[in-house]
Design a protein around this ligand. Structure first.
Ligand SMILES: Cc1ncc(COP(=O)(O)O)c(C=O)c1O
Length: 392
């Protein structure tokens, strides 16, 4: 047990772990699909919930449980549930909450997969979705109807790094009896704990900062004990449970979350400032810059601003492609939050399937580049950007 007042790193290192048998210091990987019983009575007690225990890994598993406990500690939530991907976490959460006839108010600035789920999948089951500019609380307020069940948003948003005012949204939602779900992937619990601002449920693509090494695909949901219990019933049926080996990798990655985030924060800020002063850059999106329109809110809400820096090149799509393809250290790959710096053009990756009209509305232009800054030496990342900019 970790005392409640311990710091974030201590919680990240020690929290939730369960040392194995034979004196094993590290939590073991229980790579088993099924658990054995010595009697029918014991099995029935577990399946009926009369006694605690494990039955089948799609339902629950001790390694998965360890990472769930650690995440609940880090997010300051009562409990957590782990999933096979961020999308499994998001879709299972929403499906556990809505029924046919319900209405959802969702931010228009969402990860492409989440947006597609809201626009193409949910309506097939009789759930209507209104997309709003979530950085404007009045738009959310005006979109709420009598049958609105939940408000869904990301902060910071991807790829234009807008900040959503969580205190204002959760206060509004509570007044209206609506549940709030926030995707905190781009911040991680080191930089932002949405539950401390009154948000009900936090979802993560653990594939990003939480795993942190570009080697695990996972998702996590944090919330009340009551909701997580309900969510796990849905997870059991939809089947997006996390594999024990992936859970173990996540457990290992989380131990260094604070160290990695500190470096992502420092590198992100340094590179954003460098880009802002560069004559070949038209615009920089980074909430840590005083020029960001919501910088004051970001400072109030977040401990640091993370490693995602988006910017527009002065030029067109072809010039931007040339810049991206000339990078050597920064790798063209569609993810973020890991130790290595990755780069993408949102028009050819996260927003490839989004219509040109919607992209324009979201500020996802042909010249936009998203840099997911890693933990390398910042001078080396800057030198790489500089040599690629010199070629255009
Ligand atoms: C903010 C955000 N949420 C959710 C997801 C989906 O997560 P996953 O790829 O782990 O399914 C992503 C993926 O890029 C993301 O960036």
């Amino acid at each position: 047990m970790i005392p409640e007042n311990e710091g974030f790193s201590t919680k990240a290192v020690h929290g939730g772990e369960s040392r194995g048998s034979e004196g094993s210091f590290v939590s073991p990987i229980y790579e088993t699909s099924v658990f054995a019983f010595s009697s029918t009575k014991q099995l029935v007690n577990v399946i009926s919930g009369k006694t605690e225990g494990y039955l089948y890994t799609r339902f629950d598993n001790p390694t998965v449980r360890a990472v769930e406990r650690k995440m609940a500690i880090l997010e300051n939530s009562e409990d957590a549930a782990a999933f096979s991907s961020g999308m499994a976490a998001i879709t299972t959460t929403v499906l556990a909450l809505v029924s046919s006839g319900d209405h959802v108010v969702a931010s228009q600035d969402l990860y492409g997969g989440t947006l597609t789920f809201f626009q193409e999948i949910l309506p097939k089951f009789g759930v209507k979705v209104s997309l709003v500019e979530a950085a404007n609380v009045d738009e959310i307020k005006n979109a709420i109807q009598n049958n609105t069940r939940l408000i869904y948003a990301e902060t910071p948003t991807n790829p234009t790094l807008k900040i959503v005012d969580l205190r204002k949204i959760s206060t509004l939602a509570k007044k209206k009896g609506v549940i709030t779900v926030v995707d905190g992937t781009l911040a991680s619990p080191y930089n932002l704990k949405p539950i401390e601002f009154g948000v009900d449920i936090v979802v993560h693509s653990a594939t990003k900062y939480l795993g942190g090494h570009h080697d695990v695909t996972a998702g996590v949901v944090c919330g009340s004990k009551e909701f997580i219990q309900k969510l796990k019933k849905t997870r059991k049926i939809l089947g997006g449970t996390l594999d024990p080996t992936a859970a173990w990798l996540l457990l290992r990655g989380l131990k260094t979350l604070a160290l990695r985030m500190e470096r992502h924060n420092q590198n992100g800020m340094r590179i954003a400032k460098y880009l802002e002063s560069h004559p070949k850059i038209a615009k920089v999106y980074y909430p840590g810059l005083p020029s960001h329109p919501q910088h004051a809110l970001a400072k109030r809400q977040m401990r640091g601003f993370g490693g995602v820096v988006s910017f527009e090149i002065k030029g067109d799509f072809e010039k931007t492609v040339k810049f991206v393809e000339n990078l050597k250290l920064c790798v063209l790959a569609a993810s973020l939050g890991g130790t290595e710096t990755l780069v993408t053009q949102p028009t050819t990756s996260s927003h490839y399937f989004i219509s040109p009209e919607q992209r324009q509305k979201l500020g996802v232009t042909d010249q936009l580049v998203r840099l997911a800054v890693g933990i390398e030496d910042p001078e080396d990342i800057i030198a790489d950007i500089e040599q690629a900019l010199n070629k255009i």
